[in-house]
Design a protein around this ligand. Structure first.
Ligand code: APR
Length: 364
């Protein structure tokens, strides 16, 4: 890169200092065309393609293409400068144009060097990387650039279907009235939550936030070691609370870590309240950071032993109540189930909380 910079600045010096690459005195309109053509040549025929960093070439070349000294001079001519004035101040124009060219070159060099450095330090597999810088860089990228850093295949949000109560589904007496504003905000997805390209996925974590098995393990594996580095700075998480981190190698931009209640024996009011807090606080965490799409696993229903057929009602009721009060803050909430039995549970219970336009009758 340093070699390229010196080569380039040497070439630019030649042009602006009247060296062999620059034209002799004469009409500026030709000179300006010559100036921009010469600069363009540096990046096309004469300059071996392999030596010019592609980022750099596009940066400068675009600048040269757009910057035409003829334009600059046309504006001077438009102000009726006399020929004598043009002749006398010809050197001034050349210096001004040269200075502009060099400034542009340096600015583009700096910009492309910044991007190159940013790309260079994006090592998602090493704990030696600065997790804060990596997180910022990933979050500042456009989608196509960010996709280059995913550590797994992904499913785009547009390819995750919205849930509609299947026509002719078992008619039930809903617990909530139909709310058309919510009709296209819910999805029921069966599969691996680490594949979902959404703003945030919720992790069923433990209090240390330092990873584990189940969905916690899958999320940390896909995100890479920097997720644990950030989690280690969060000082753990209490049951029912939620904390947010970057997504790193995940297709999801963020991970919302929450800790579900552990159920041994019967489910009591304490466990129900804690599980409700997990869903509510995770959504609060998401909307306070401006996330628009969130995916939940079936929190606490694996290792933590919460009976899935009881957890499903807490999950659906809490999300429905949250969306009643915050429907403008979210575009999509996805219930991501992993087990076929959970898919059936959610499919049969969704109509009670998100009734469609299917005629209903009592659950009994
Ligand atoms: N994608 C989506 N859901 C998944 C995935 C996955 N890749 N892997 C597992 N699940 C589902 C399980 O099938 C279960 O329905 O997530 C649900 C939650 O199960 P657990 O991951 O065991 O979470 P939980 O019951 O809340 O227990 C949390 O387990 O993994 C440890 O570190 C974690 O100590 C914590 C405890």
């Amino acid at each position: 890169m340093a070699f390229q910079m010196s080569t380039l600045s040497a070439r630019i010096r030649l042009i602006t200092s009247g060296g062999p690459l620059s034209r002799s005195r004469g009409d500026f309109s030709n000179d300006s065309v010559g100036f921009s053509v010469k600069l363009r040549n540096i990046f096309s025929a004469t300059q071996p393609k392999r030596q010019v960093h592609s980022l750099f070439r596009t940066g400068i070349a675009e600048r040269v293409d757009n910057f035409s000294t003829a334009t600059v001079l046309k504006s001077f001519k438009g102000q009726n400068y006399g020929r004598a004035c043009r002749e006398k101040s010809g050197t001034v124009y050349r210096i001004a144009i040269g200075a502009f060219g060099v400034t542009t070159a340096v600015a583009c060099l700096h910009a492309s060097a910044q991007v190159a450095m940013a790309e260079a330090h994006l090592n998602l597999d090493s704990v030696k990387s600065n997790w804060n810088k990596v997180k910022e860089t990933l979050l500042s990228m456009g989608l196509e650039d960010r996709r280059k850093h995913y550590r797994s295949s992904f499913l785009a949000l547009k390819d995750i279907p919205v849930w509609n109560q299947e026509r002719g589904a078992a008619a039930v007496k809903p617990h909530f009235p139909r709310n058309e504003a919510l009709d296209n905000k819910i999805s029921l997805f069966s599969g691996d939550i680490t594949k979902l390209e959404v703003d945030g996925i919720v992790n069923a974590a433990n209090k240390t936030l330092l990873g584990g098995g189940g969905v916690d393990g899958a999320i940390h594996r896909t995100a890479g070691p920097l997720l644990k580095c950030e989690c280690a700075e969060l000082d753990g998480c209490d049951t029912g609370q939620a904390k947010i981190t970057g997504g790193y190698g995940l297709p999801a931009k963020y991970v919302i870590h929450t800790v579900g209640p552990i159920v041994m024996g019967a489910v009591g009011e304490e466990e129900r309240s804690r599980l409700r807090e997990c869903y509510w606080n995770s959504l609060d965490c998401a909307t306070s950071e401006g996330l628009r799409s969130v995916a939940f696993p079936c929190i606490s229903t694996g290792v933590y032993g919460y009976p899935p057929e009881q957890a499903v009602d807490v999950a659906l009721k809490t999300v429905r109540e949250y969306l009643n009060d915050h429907d403008h803050s979210l575009d999509r909430v996805i219930f991501c189930v992993f087990l076929p039995s959970d898919y059936e549970l959610y499919k049969n219970n969704l109509p009670y909380y998100f009734p469609g336009d299917v005629p209903v009758k009592s659950k009994l």
